[in-house]
Design a binder for this molecule. Sequence first.
Ligand code: MLT
Length: 271
Amino acid sequence: MQETTSDFQIYVEDTGGSGTPLLLIHGYPLNSEMWKPQLEALAGPFRVIAPDLRGHGLTPPTPGVSMDLFAQDLKTVLERTGVDKPVILCGLSMGGYIAFAFYRLFPRSVSGLILAATRSKPDSATAKANRDKQAALSREKGVAAVVEDMLPKMMSPDTYRYNPGLVDQARQIMMETSSQGMASALLAMKDRPDSTSLLSEIPFPVLVVHGKDDALIPLEEAEEMEAQLQHGILETIPEAGHLLNLEQPGLFNRAVMNYLLTLQDFPKEGK
Ligand code: MLT
């Protein structure tokens, strides 16, 4: 489905239906295809909505993006798809950075938050320098060079050993990112704010879900986030790296389903 925002079109997967709206925000450099196992399995209890962010998948790039601009695009998508109640946001990695921005801008539009393979902290000085190197690599050597540099860090050692087909699938999804989309997203991630102080302000349960073997964002960062949340739930997924929802879809989907039940029981549970 194509959704028109004020100045351009955003591609959106939308399962429709009357379930609880679940907005899936993909990571970098990926797109809505990374959510295929969730679009298939979670439709019904959820209305699953998964856009391609600017410069990723089927949505064209624009220069000068930011986490806030991505979040505003998501709000527009929800309005245009006729979602008129608060949504559960599920952001993976960069998608998590955008989920924080969305919550900061539109707290009343959020009924739940799933932080998958992400962190609240901003980039360190080393990480910022690395963003510039990656942006130069995409400009000078193209998208494939960035993809081949990142791919060996995206998944669990078990996935590389036992599921090479999934590694190929991840490569193909990453290759659908445009070079300009990569460069813009890298600069936006480099400039993103620290969202750590937001954690203790969130009044509802938040699911933090992380692959045990995540080589890009260590599990300790997820544990630190959980400790700062008022009602944090940490689910650690074994034999999964950074792309945990693709590597262990059954365990990931079960965690999301259990989270829906927790939200439905809240705040009854504490009474
Ligand atoms: C992602 O998966 O979205 C990126 O690895 C996040 C990042 O580079 O900080």
